[in-house]
Design a protein around this ligand. Structure first.
Ligand SMILES: [Zn+2]
Ligand SMILES: [Zn+2]
Length: 132
């Protein structure tokens, strides 16, 4: 199998997930992808789902019915430090809540799709003005 064909299969699978509007099972992805590429095999779908999940392009969801579904991953987001004095904003490089969100999902059965967190304080330039 050549690279070009592999890339095409991956693109079709990703397009299927992105255009669905709701999380899809591997079987649903296969039947939709076969409309575009009739020779698509279920093993190909699973291999690409694994790959796209590892690359964080898609997210794997385990539903209460035990069937795994896939959806497009959330857009990359940033949390900010906001200075109360000069209003300077600095992006935090990591998301400290992803791991917590997964834990809360397993405890509550919620599917968490987004969250917000901003931290307020004084930046390195302003903090001396506010220390005693
Ligand atoms: Zn400041
Ligand atoms: Zn976050």
């Amino acid at each position: 199998m050549n690279n070009q064909r592999q890339t095409k299969q991956k693109t079709i699978i990703l397009d299927t997930i992105q255009s669905a509007g709701e999380p899809l099972t591997a079987d649903q992805i296969l039947s939709k992808a076969r409309l575009v590429m009739p020779a698509m095999a279920l093993t190909t779908v699973y291999r690409n789902l694994e790959l796209l999940t590892t690359q964080r392009v898609i997210t794997r969801l385990i539903y209460p019915d035990g069937i795994t579904r896939y959806k497009q991953a959330e857009a990359p987001h940033h949390h900010q430090l906001i200075c109360l004095d000069c209003a300077r904003k600095v992006n935090i490089s990591q998301c400290p809540l992803e791991c917590l969100a997964r834990q809360i999902e397993s405890e509550t059965g919620f599917e968490i799709v987004s969250h917000q967190l901003d931290l307020y304080g004084y930046c390195d330039r302003c903090k001396s003005k506010h220390s005693n």
